[in-house]
Design a protein around this ligand. Structure first.
Ligand code: SF4
Ligand code: FES
Length: 250
């Protein structure tokens, strides 16, 4: 990139060390950038050249790993696919994802989500095990299509930062975990409805959702958590009155 393409933008980052600080504060950095630089690359510039103590998560740099989610100008986004050129002249406000405890600076504590992920049993519960010698379980394209969008979740947690109900009650299982619950319930190889039903039907399950829908709006992978939750509200209600579930779940 030619140096003439370089401009400077101010990045205002939240700083917070829970071990030493009373409350979060903002720190400003002037960052030279070229048109191909993402917000994540701006933060990496800060870390490499201006302030090595700034803490944030990232891994893939290509919207796949889900590590780099943060609030960018008050909206939950992946920092690796948000470009500084689109935020010029700035300033660019970066903060940890809303609704989570801060671990350090822009990194959130994900423990609560990992517990919820374990609760929904995010794996195929097969009717019976099949020896490897018998080959793979087969699936038609239509059977794959039934759950495909939910399988695209990268656990970036932008949907939790967008969810006002999760903001009010951090026990709510929440959009991504409930989408993954439905991803497995819709899978033709799975018979795990009964082991997931308690989580779906609980007060902190689908019934905590008030159908705001911002989760589906901010998802960078086209997952529709609100739809997954609505499908499970239908299932949960039918189950309660003893009728057959309509949308997935064996
Ligand atoms: S549903 Fe979308 S926004 Fe939520 S964690 Fe998965 S990929 Fe991220
Ligand atoms: S660094 Fe992996 S999703 Fe952004």
């Amino acid at each position: 990139m030619a140096m003439t393409d370089t401009r400077t933008i101010r990045i205002e980052a939240v700083r917070f060390n829970p071990e030493t600080d009373q409350e979060p504060r903002r720190q400003s950095y002037d960052v030279p950038f070229t048109p191909d630089m993402s917000v994540l690359q701006g933060l990496q510039y800060i870390k490499d050249h201006l302030d090595g103590s700034l803490t944030f998560r990232w891994s893939c740099r290509m919207a796949v790993c889900g590590s780099c989610g943060m609030m960018i100008n008050d909206t939950p986004k992946l920092s690796c696919e948000t470009f500084l050129r689109d935020l010029y002249p700035g300033p660019v406000k970066v903060a940890p994802l809303d609704n989570f405890p801060i671990q350090r600076d822009l990194a959130i504590d994900q423990t609560g989500f990992l517990d919820k992920l374990a609760m929904i049993k995010p794996y195929i519960v097969a009717k019976q095990d099949k020896p490897l010698s018998e080959g793979t379980f087969r699936q038609t394209p239509a059977q794959l299509e039934a759950y495909y969008q939910y399988s695209q979740c990268i656990n970036c947690l932008l949907c939790y930062a967008a969810c006002p109900q999760f903001g009010l009650n951090d026990q709510f299982v929440g959009p991504a975990a409930l989408s993954l619950l439905q991803r497995y319930n819709l899978d033709s190889r799975d018979v795990g409805w009964s082991v997931r039903a308690d989580v779906a039907n609980a007060d902190i399950g689908v019934w905590e959702c008030t159908v705001v829908g911002y989760c589906s709006e901010v998802c960078p992978k086209g997952v529709d958590p609100m739809h997954a939750i609505n499908e499970n509200k239908v299932n949960s209600a039918l189950d309660y009155i003893g009728l057959k579930r309509l949308v997935g779940g064996r």
